[in-house]
Write a protein that binds this ligand. Structure first.
Ligand code: ZN
Length: 272
């Protein structure tokens, strides 16, 4: 913002030479120079110990897209203090550490935005009224809903700085120029590997539990089950008994589902 009138006395400003800055608006009555000014704000990416970050929805920004925590700086506070305050206010989280990510000039509103990456231990978010929704999201899924942004934009830059941090590249050296897609692809590789590992482990477990499932099937076929079922119908058992096995289709559904799944996995077992 370029001043035309003195914010203190209201006089029309003239100009005065101010060294390297050239001509600067000036109030002769107050003897004050009024340099062009702009608002300062912060944007904070908050992450936790599980590589999740907070994405927020604010209806006045967008119904569809999510963003990080942001807000305006108050006179007297540092950008760091503002970042901590905004995260506390909007999400109810206490940042344990923050790292400066950089500054970004917002052309439209003429604001200087300070980017931060903050760490908070995972806990349930307590949202302010300003926030319509917010949640912890695995970092590699975040880009799917984030505001579209491009290199140089605060969201893009802070997010990619964090991806670099995650990739263990904390040195601002020659590796700096690695294209963002590498981090994205690395994240997919990690996620897919993890998912397949979990699947392998679960298939193995399902195989091992077949004996137990057979025991359940035998019980379901036995006179004991009929006896237990009828006793329960008569209300002989306590009301807080877990009785999935005595429900009409409880065991039947499980056995069917197990059969279908084992059939589907047959090629997998044959291969072993
Ligand atoms: Zn004045």
């Amino acid at each position: 913002m370029r001043y035309k009138f003195c914010p203190e006395c209201g006089n029309k400003l003239t100009e005065i030479e101010a060294g390297d800055d050239g001509m600067v608006p000036y109030c002769a009555a107050c003897d004050k120079r009024w340099f062009d000014s702009f608002q300062s704000c912060v944007i904070v990416l908050t992450y936790n110990e599980y590589d999740e970050i907070v994405l927020s929805n604010q209806w006045y920004l967008s119904n569809n897209y999510t963003s990080f925590t942001s807000g305006f700086m108050k006179p007297g506070e540092t950008a760091e203090e503002c970042a901590v305050r905004e995260v506390k206010e909007e999400l109810g989280l206490d940042l344990e550490s923050i790292e400066y990510a950089g500054t970004y000039w917002l052309e439209g509103p003429e604001q200087l935005m300070h980017g931060f990456i903050g760490f908070a231990k995972k806990k349930e978010l307590v949202l302010s009224k300003e926030i319509d929704a917010a949640r912890w999201v695995p970092v590699y899924e975040a880009a799917e809903t984030m505001f579209p942004d491009k290199p140089g934009g605060p969201l893009y830059e802070v997010y990619h700085k964090f991806l670099k941090m995650l990739a263990g590249d904390r040195h601002m050296g020659k590796e700096e120029s690695a294209p963002p897609r590498i981090y994205r692809m690395e994240a997919i590789l990690q996620k897919a590997t993890q998912t397949l590992n979990t699947l392998d482990a679960n298939i193995l477990e399902l195989q091992q539990v077949q004996g137990d499932i057979q025991e359940l099937a035998d019980y379901y076929d036995s006179p004991e089950w009929r006896k237990d079922f009828e006793a329960d119908e008569k209300g002989l058992f306590s009301s807080d008994l877990r009785r999935g096995v005595l429900s009409e289709d409880g065991i039947y559904n499980l056995l069917e589902r197990n059969k279908e799944t084992m059939e589907m996995l047959k090629p997998f077992f044959d291969e072993e």
